[in-house]
Design a protein around this ligand. Sequence first.
Ligand code: CTP
Ligand code: MG
Length: 232
Amino acid sequence: MTYSIKFWAVVPAAGVGKRMNADRPKQYLQLNDKTVIEHTLMRLLNADVFTAVAVAISEEDPYWPELAIATHEKVITAAGGKERADSVLSALKAIRTLASDDDWVLVHDAARPCITAMDIIHLIETLKNDEVGGILALSSHDTLKSVQGNCIVDTLDRSHIWRALTPQMFRYGLLKTALEEAEGNPAITDEASALELKGLQPKIVEGRPDNIKITRPEDLALAQFYMEHQND
Ligand code: CTP
Ligand code: MG
């Protein structure tokens, strides 16, 4: 696919994976033939749309330099930050002399190794002429309850509820400004929320349910299952 504008991928990979409770950050756990982060980066690179992939890595991380992909010509390493948003901002700063404000950036969690080229292209094709940008998301199948203590106080109208996935796609300049303005705000758990804080309304694009985030131990087996059943 060729486009007249540039696309950059930003991959926050500086988390410790507390909920995974493993002997190393979850992005370095083995999944079939490779580590989780190698799957994620290979899939982004193989989508063949990105000028480069900027990866935010913790400064105390001994695993990253051991991976061959760390020296790939399209991979740029940036320092990780305290929160996910800090890591993303650091990666954006690492490409500031290369990227233009109007270029698109797709931010994708290192912990989502099942991302498909199909979902990446679907997001890009849907939003490439959009003013604001947007995110892959999934509608909720379960009935959702609002709870206080252990008591249900309300049933939510699930037609209005979507689960935010990644990639999240925004213009370089707008995303960087939004994250800088929101720095230190704990409510900013994804890129879209930083833009929402500016009064903007990012779009949702329905993604595939196999694009899971590895969060807890059982998710590794699930990711393995999905990978075996994907054929891209
Ligand atoms: N991340 C990051 N910098 C941080 C925190 C998280 O780059 N300071 C990254 C993670 O490496 C991951 C993505 O953001 O790829 C999504 O975060 P999450 O799933 O919460 O990962 P962790 O923070 O590592 O896991 P946990 O919350 O269980 O500790
Ligand atoms: Mg986390």
